[in-house]
Design a protein around this ligand. Structure first.
Ligand code: PGA
Length: 256
């Protein structure tokens, strides 16, 4: 199966200009594994700086810039928000959307997430669509229902065909920032379910869509996780703030 791998750094509301410099310096001369994209998503204020540094170091081939959010409108009276046009101007290529922190802290519904995915795609950017169940939902064996409820509004909004240009990140909420990773077997089983969900709609899309795992991925567990058949890389939070550890994780990715 030919499917590219992606390792994306989600810095959340962390990092500073020093981290931007040290990350780009450390990645200069670094070549990711074949068919693997490395994406870094700093906070909005650092996008321009990171974009400049990536270009200066001639790293555009190896590192792509991502944002952590985008507004569903293109412009207007939306104080504090950032549009896809603005992100495009900053050379952003990927946008994280529907992260569990946005869903829970900022009450973003799956319908709102679907609107954002559409706007991001329309701008020629690649959405990294996050889905995942809470601990309680996992205990109550509702994982598959919850994932379906998160995916369906997006499929309804954009159609399954456009998922060829979407990256899906499965992040069990109970594993995010907790140090509790899903076991490779558990993560694989859930990824297989997600791929099966797409296969029921369109086999070709199912084979193509990269499915990332996220939730306490680190240098010690990335190899086993990325070795699973349906895990095509990761969305990395805490460990992506550590320059050397992030490189180890990138090197574990297996695109084909
Ligand atoms: P974590 O975060 O790696 O710190 O668990 C992952 C994420 O929230 O994307």
């Amino acid at each position: 199966m030919n499917r590219r791998a992606i390792v994306a750094a989600n810095w959340k509301m962390n990092g500073d200009t020093k981290l931007v410099s040290s990350m780009v310096e450390s990645l200069s001369g670094y070549v990711p594994p074949a068919h693997t994209s490395v994406v870094i998503c700093p906070s909005y204020p650092y996008l321009a700086l990171m974009s400049d540094k990536i270009s200066q170091q001639g790293l555009n081939e190896n590192i792509a810039l991502g944002a952590q959010n985008a507004n569903e409108h293109l412009s207007g009276a939306f104080t504090g928000e950032v549009s896809t046009n603005m992100l495009t101007e900053m050379s952003v290529k990927y946008v994280i959307v529907g992260h569990s922190e946005r869903r829970s802290i900022y009450q973003e519904s799956s319908e709102k997430v679907a609107e954002k995915v559409k706007v991001i795609l329309d701008a020629g950017l690649t959405p990294i669509l996050c889905i995942g169940e809470s601990e309680q939902e996992r205990i109550e064996e509702k994982t598959e229902v919850v994932l379906t409820q998160q995916l369906q509004p997006v499929v309804d909004a954009i159609g399954v065909e456009r998922f060829k240009d979407v990256v899906v990140a499965y992040e069990p909420v109970w594993a995010i920032g907790t140090g509790k990773t899903a076991s490779p077997e558990m993560a694989q089983a859930t990824h297989a379910f997600i791929r099966g969900y797409f296969a029921n709609l369109n086999e070709e899309v199912a084979n193509k869509v990269p499915l990332l795992y996220g939730g306490s991925v680190n240098a010690s567990n990335c190899d086993e996780l990325f070795a699973q058949a349906d895990i095509d890389g990761g969305l990395i939070g805490g460990a992506s703030l550590k320059v050397d550890e992030f490189k180890v994780i990138c090197s574990a990715a297996k695109g084909s």
